[in-house]
Design a protein around this ligand. Structure first.
Ligand code: SDX
Length: 426
């Protein structure tokens, strides 16, 4: 599928006028194709932050920020959240269709059989300080996967690399956590599903049996589904950009993990909890905190609020808000974490009727409630963005493969408007 022609736009400048083709996607989005602009006029476009610039045509994920719509390969996120599992959604994003029972059984088995790491990988972790933030650890570990496995140059090798990445990332993440505790690594269990296996590797110890709570495992699976893709966000654009130089898949994903770490992107979920705990420690007053978030002279931001695309409620936040209450109740974390949830809900309640937030169309995003759920599950705060990356893996992979298979694919290389010194001499 590709965009269809939707007429032309005329650009008039400097006494000249040129026509530029307009293209339209399957959901009616239209864009001016400027690929010939510089060769025809010498002009380039300038769009810091790319808020008005489409980098590609994509069939993976559709977002309507005005209506709060999110669909993976055409399926509404609400339906996938209710009826699918994370690995089914990963298959859908990467292969384009939901798997049949037989296809899913094969994919699930493939992932299960690739969750173990090469024994030499243990030395990788022992080189890391125990105090290291797990994001650079997992970014480095994913890049290091390329030292164990050859760069895929056939379709079969690529699909094997995809399975290895999804399978081994959960083990890498759990091992990073265990290393930080000084506890022994817990090997994957082939009898457990993806989410349960991760929880077991995170929280089990060799000295006793550990039973994974199926309600918590299901909640984790839901979190992974909700984070699985989000069209051309910062980290996905990074994965595409790095992959456009023909860098291997593992290197491209490693770059995406680093981009996700930023506090304005995936790192926000860690900062939401830190923000809620700060409010709790001060006077618990959500209202007083909001005054600071609105104050132009105060750099405080309401973390977990606002979005470049969603100018209405992030549909993922709506689903997470409901799941949040269920997990907090289930884990009996109604004390401290229950208070954090109350503060979060108070912040949302006040902002929904505060002009500053309403005028700027700032609503809770995916990061606002996810941190409360992770904390109720016992996942440490500095692992929250690692969890975001685990969910986002299939999306990054699907977008990377789509980019590499695009017949119009070329290396990403934006232009600039130079505003530095004109020629001068020593
Ligand atoms: C993710 O792109 C994706 O799809 C990302 C993501 C994904 O799934 O990949 O959805 C995941 O990254 C979600 C966003 C997580 N980040 C945060 O929660 C950090 C807090 N939010 C913001 O920093 C901000 O809203 C962004 C970064 C999310 C969006 O920034 P924009 O689109 O560049 O908007 P902006 O910074 O230009 O803000 C517009 C106005 C400004 O005020 P004015 O200058 O117009 O007076 O809104 C204000 C901002 O000051 N504003 C906020 C605010 N977010 C924007 N004011 C207070 N608190 C906030 N959170």
């Amino acid at each position: 599928m590709s965009a269809k022609s939707a007429g032309e736009a005329t650009l008039q400048y400097d006494g000249k006028s040129i026509s530029l083709p307009v293209v339209e996607g399957t959901e009616g989005e239209r864009g001016i194709d400027v690929s010939r602009l510089r060769s025809d006029t010498g002009l380039i476009t300038l769009d810091p932050g790319y808020g008005n610039t489409g980098s590609c045509e994509s069939a993976v994920t559709f977002i309507d920020g005005e209506k709060g719509i999110l669909r993976y390969r055409g399926y509404p996120i609400e339906e996938l959240a209710e009826k699918s599992t994370f690995l089914e959604v990963a298959y859908l994003l990467i292969r384009g269709e939901l798997p049949s029972k037989a296809e899913f059984a094969e994919f699930d088995n493939e992932v299960t059989l690739h969750t173990m790491l090469h024994e030499d990988f243990k030395k990788f972790f022992s080189a890391m300080p125990k105090s290291a933030h797990p994001m650079p650890v997992t970014a480095a570990a994913v890049a290091a996967l390329a030292t164990f496995y050859p760069e895929p140059d056939t379709e079969e090798m690529l699909q094997r690399a995809v399975v290895r990445l999804i399978a081994k990332y959960s083990t890498l993440a759990a091992f990073a956590y265990k290393h930080s505790l000084g506890q022994p690594f817990m090997y994957p269990r082939n009898s457990l599903d993806y989410a349960s296996n991760f929880l077991h590797m995170m929280f089990a110890v060799p000295c006793e049996e550990y039973q994974v709570d199926p309600v918590i495992a299901r909640a984790l699976d839901l979190l992974l589904i909700l984070h699985a893709d989000h069209e051309q966000n910062c980290s996905t654009s990074t994965v595409r950009m790095v992959g456009s130089s023909r860098a291997p898949l593992f290197a491209s994903i490693s770059a995406g993990i680093s981009a996700l770490w930023g506090s304005l992107h995936g790192g926000a979920n860690q900062r939401v909890i830190e923000m809620l705990e700060q409010i709790q420690a001060e006077d618990g007053s959500a209202d007083r905190f909001l005054e600071r978030a609105k104050d132009k002279n105060d750099t405080t931001r309401l973390m977990g609020f606002g979005h470049r695309v969603y100018k209405s409620y992030d549909p993922r936040a709506a689903i997470l808000k409901k799941a949040c209450a269920d997990v907090v109740d289930r884990t009996g974390a109604n004390g401290d974490i229950g208070q954090l949830l109350e503060i979060a809900m108070r912040l949302e309640e006040v902002t929904l009727r505060d002009d500053y937030f309403v005028e700027r169309r700032l609503y809770p995003n995916v990061d606002f409630y996810s941190g409360v759920i992770y904390k109720a599950m016992g996942i440490p705060v500095n692992m929250f963005t690692v969890m975001f990356a685990m969910g986002r893996l299939p999306g990054w992979i699907a977008q990377w493969i789509e980019m590499r298979r695009d017949p119009a694919f070329r290396i990403g290389r934006p232009r600039q408007i130079y505003v530095g010194e004109t020629e001068r001499h020593l």
